[in-house]
Write a protein that binds this ligand. Structure first.
Ligand code: ADP
Ligand code: MG
Length: 674
C-alpha cells in the first residue's frame, strides 16, 4: 500500500467531514472531472490532427448497480498514466487540471475553460463511498491501471490485465464508488436510483458541455401479434435506452438573437418553477478583467411568498457551466429581490468546497453592474411598454418604495424614477417626473395624500382644497408610501424642458430652437408635501394675512376650544386651505409625523410606544358653523363651545378615516345636538 502524500490523513478527514456541507455534490465533482478529461483530449486534438478524434463520441456515462451498491462514472477523455495517477490522486490538493490549464493557457488562450482547480473535488467521493476504484488508460498508452482506496490511509495502484472485465480498449477513466452502508442518520441507498442520479445531474451538471448519459428504463407497448384476436389486451414491456440527461448548451452563453422568446420563457419556467411567462428577459455579457454572462428575468407575477420571511432572493451562480450556488443573495439588492436569473463566470474565486465564495470584491463588482442593468431594463420597460410596466409595478412596486425608505433615501436616485402613483387629477398612474412636468407655474411642491382607500382620499376636504387650486394630488394607498416620501423629502425631475423666467428669454430660445439648436432642458427639484401637513403654503399672502387676523380676532374662542379639547390638539386656528363651500374644519399635523403615519405605526409591532402626530384643528372661518361657534362664545355658553369643539374635532377625524378616541362620547354629543 502507498500512503497518501502530504498530511494525508488529517487533510482527507478534513475534506470529507468539513469542507463540503452537502454530500450529494460528489457527483458534480466526478462529472466535472470527466468533462475536464474530455476537454483535455479535445484540446490536444486541436493541435494534433493525426489523432483523428471523433467528437461525436465524446461522452460521460453514469451508471449504478443496486445489488453491488456501486455508482460508476466513466468518460472517454484523456485518461491517466501510472505516474499521473500517483501524482493526481495520490496527492491531495494537487490539481492536474490546474497544471494543465497553466501549461495550455498561452497556447489556447480562452479556449481553456476547465473546471478543476483545487485538487480536492475527487475526494468528495469518500463522503458517500467506502471504497473508490479508478480504472484508467491514458491517451496513446497501451496499458490500463487501477487505483483503489478506502479513503483513509492510502491507496494501491496496479496494472489491469487484458482479460480483466475492467480492461479498457481505449483511453478514458472509469470511477467506481462502492457506497457506504446506511446508518441510522445517513442514507446512501438514496443515490442508487435512476431518478436521484438524474436529478443530481440535472441540478449541478446540466450545462456541462459533453453529454452525460445514463441507461434508463422505459416502458413500451409490445407489438401486437399478427394472430391477436378481438379480445387481445395490449401488453407492456420494460426496455433500456441510453439517454442524455443534461441539456448541455447553456442558454445564457448564446447570443440573444439566437434564442427565441419561447425558448427563454421555457427556460425560465422550468428553471424557476413558474407557470407564467416572464414579464421581461434580459442578458448581460461582461468582458474585461472579470468576465461573466448573466441572464435575468422579471417574473410576470409575484411569487406567493415574496413578502414572507421565508422568501430567499438570489441568482443562480455557475462557474464554468457547473452550478455553484442555487441562490447567491449577494448578487441582488433587496429591492430587486424578485429578479430571477443565472450568472456564470469562470473568474469568480471559489472556496475549495465551491459552495462558498472566497472573494466578495468580485461579487460586489458583479452585483453593482447587475443592479444597474436591472434599473436600466425597468426604465426601458416604463418608457416602452407602459401597460406591462404598470402590471410589474403592481407586483413589485412596494419593494422599490421600501428600498428607498430602508436606505434612508440614499437609493432614491436609483429608484425614485421607477415609482408610480395614482394621480387624483388625471385618474391614472403617473411617475413623479410626469407629475412635475405637468405642474402649473406657481405650484411649489408635489402634493400627496396617504390612506388606505383611494376613493375616500379623493373626497377628503384637504385633497379637494389642493385640487381646487389646480394642483394635482398623488393618492397613496400603500403603508410604505409616506415613509418612502419622508425618506426622499424631495424629488429631482431630470431633463425637463426649460422654464423661462420672462417672455424675451423664451422667445429667444424658441428662435434658437427653430434654427436647429437643441431645446434647453433643466433639472427641477421639488419638495414632497403631505396635504394634511402643517402649512402647505398654498395661500396667497393676502389670504394668509386674513387668516392670521381672523385667528387673532377670535383668540378667546380658540382658547376655549383648545381648553375643551385638551391634549388632543396642539392648537386651533383659522384655515387658509378651505374654501367657503368646503368642510367646516380639518385636522392637520405639524412636524414630520402625519396622521396616516401615526396610524401605520399604531398598527405595527411597536404600537404601544408609537409616537403621535401633533394635531392642529383648522377651522373654516367662511363656513356657517363658524358663526354658530362665535355666537355661543359671545353668549358665554362654555358648555356649547366645548360641545361644538368636540364635534368638529371628531367629524374631521372621521373624514380622514380615523375613529374618534371615544366613540361613545361622540355618539352622545351628536344626540345632545339633536
Ligand atoms: P481538480 O479537478 O480541482 O483538479 P480533483 O481532486 O477533482 O481536482 O482531481 C484531481 C486531479 O485528478 C485532476 O486535476 C485531474 O488531473 C485528475 N483526474 C481526476 N479525474 C480524472 C478523470 N476522470 N480523468 C483524468 N484525470 C482525472
Ligand atoms: Mg475536480
Amino acid at each position: 500500500m502507498r500512503t497518501f502524500k502530504t498530511e494525508s490523513k488529517k487533510l482527507l478527514d478534513l475534506m470529507i467531514n468539513s469542507i463540503y456541507t452537502n454530500r450529494e455534490i460528489f457527483l458534480r465533482e466526478l462529472v466535472s472531472n470527466a468533462s475536464d478529461a474530455i476537454d483535455k483530449l479535445y484540446l490536444k486534438s486541436l493541435t494534433d490532427s493525426s489523432m483523428g478524434l471523433d467528437q461525436a463520441n465524446l461522452a460521460i456515462n453514469v451508471a449504478f448497480d443496486k445489488d453491488a451498491r456501486t455508482i460508476t462514472v466513466s468518460d472517454n477523455g484523456i485518461g491517466m498514466t501510472e505516474a499521473e495517477l500517483e501524482e493526481n490522486l495520490g496527492t491531495i490538493a494537487h490539481s492536474g487540471s490546474e497544471a494543465f490549464k497553466e501549461a495550455n493557457a498561452e497556447a489556447q488562450g480562452d479556449a481553456v475553460d476547465i473546471i478543476g482547480r483545487f485538487g480536492v473535488g475527487f475526494y468528495s467521493a469518500f463522503m458517500v463511498a467506502k471504497e473508490v476504484s479508478v480504472v484508467t488508460r491514458a491517451w496513446g498508452a497501451d496499458e490500463c491501471f487501477r487505483w483503489t482506496s478506502d479513503g483513509v490511509e492510502g491507496y494501491e495502484i496496479e496494472p489491469v490485465a487484458a482479460d480483466d472485465p475492467a480492461w479498457r480498449d481505449s483511453c478514458g477513466t472509469s470511477i467506481v464508488l462502492t457506497l457506504k452502508d446506511d446508518t441510522e442518520d445517513a442514507s446512501y441507498d438514496e443515490f442508487l436510483s435512476e431518478w436521484k442520479l438524474r436529478e443530481l445531474i440535472r441540478r449541478y451538471s446540466n450545462y456541462v458541455r459533453y453529454p452525460v448519459q445514463m441507461l434508463v428504463t422505459k416502458s413500451r407497448e409490445k407489438e401486437r401479434p399478427a394472430d391477436a384476436g378481438d379480445d387481445y389486451k395490449p401488453e407492456w414491456e420494460d426496455y433500456t435506452e441510453l439517454e442524455t440527461v443534461n441539456s448541455m448548451t447553456p442558454i445564457w452563453k448564446k447570443r440573444a438573437s439566437e434564442v427565441t422568446d419561447e425558448e427563454y420563457a421555457e427556460f425560465y419556467k422550468s428553471t424557476f418553477h413558474d407557470w407564467a411567462d416572464p414579464a421581461r428577459t434580459f442578458s448581460l455579457h461582461a468582458e474585461g478583467t472579470l468576465e461573466y454572462d448573466a441572464l435575468m428575468f422579471i417574473p410576470g407575477q409575484a411569487p406567493f411568498d415574496l413578502y414572507s420571511r421565508d422568501y430567499e432572493k438570489g441568482l443562480e451562480l455557475y462557474s464554468s457551466n457547473v452550478l455553484i450556488m442555487e441562490k447567491c443573495a449577494d448578487l441582488l439588492p433587496d429591492y430587486y429581490n424578485f429578479v430571477r436569473g443565472v450568472v456564470d463566470s469562470a473568474d469568480v474565486s471559489l472556496n475549495i468546497s465551491r459552495e462558498t465564495l472566497q472573494q466578495t470584491r468580485q461579487l460586489q463588482a458583479m452585483a453593482r453592474r447587475i443592479e444597474k442593468k436591472i434599473t436600466g431594463e425597468l426604465e426601458a420597460m416604463r418608457d416602452d411598454d407602459r401597460e406591462a410596466y404598470e402590471k410589474f409595478f403592481e407586483n413589485f412596486g412596494r419593494g422599490l418604495k421600501y428600498g428607498i425608505y430602508s436606505s434612508y433615501g440614499m437609493k432614491a436616485d436609483e429608484l425614485a424614477g421607477l415609482l408610480l402613483f395614482w394621480s387624483a387629477r388625471d385618474q391614472k398612474m403617473v411617475t413623479l417626473r410626469e407629475y412635475v412636468a405637468a405642474m402649473p407655474s406657481g405650484q411649489k411642491a408635489i402634493y400627496y395624500a396617504a390612506g388606505d382607500d383611494r376613493d375616500r382620499l379623493s373626497k377628503m376636504p384637504v385633497v379637494q382644497a389642493v385640487l381646487d387650486r389646480g394642483f394635482d394630488v398623488l393618492l397613496c394607498t400603500q403603508d410604505v408610501d409616506e415613509f418612502c416620501f419622508q425618506a426622499m423629502r424631495e424629488f429631482t425631475a431630470k431633463g425637463l424642458p426649460k422654464a423661462y423666467a420672462d417672455d424675451a428669454a423664451r422667445e429667444a430660445a424658441e428662435k434658437a430652437a427653430a434654427d436647429g439648436a437643441e431645446p434647453e432642458v433643466e433639472d427641477r427639484t421639488v419638495e414632497l408635501r403631505n396635504v394634511t401637513s402643517g402649512d402647505l403654503d398654498l395661500a396667497s399672502d393676502d389670504e394668509k394675512k386674513a387668516a392670521e387676523e381672523a385667528t387673532k380676532a377670535n383668540e378667546g374662542l380658540f382658547g376655549a376650544m383648545k381648553d375643551a379639547l385638551g391634549e388632543k390638539v396642539e392648537k386651533v386656528a383659522v384655515s387658509t386651505r378651505l374654501s367657503a363651500d368646503g368642510a367646516p374644519a380639518v385636522i392637520t399635523s405639524e412636524g414630520p409625523l402625519s396622521l396616516e403615519m401615526e396610524k401605520v405605526l399604531a398598527s405595527g409591532p411597536e404600537a404601544e410606544h408609537a409616537p403621535k402626530a401633533v394635531r392642529v384643528l383648522e377651522v373654516n372661518a367662511a363656513h356657517p358653523v363658524f358663526e354658530k361657534l362665535r355666537a355661543a362664545q359671545e353668549a358665554g355658553d362654555e358648555d356649547k363651545v366645548a360641545l361644538y369643539a368636540g364635534l368638529l374635532y371628531n367629524q374631521a377625524l372621521l373624514v380622514e378615516g380615523i375613529l374618534p378616541e371615544d366613540p361613545v362620547a361622540f355618539a352622545s354629543q351628536v344626540c345632545e345636538l339633536m
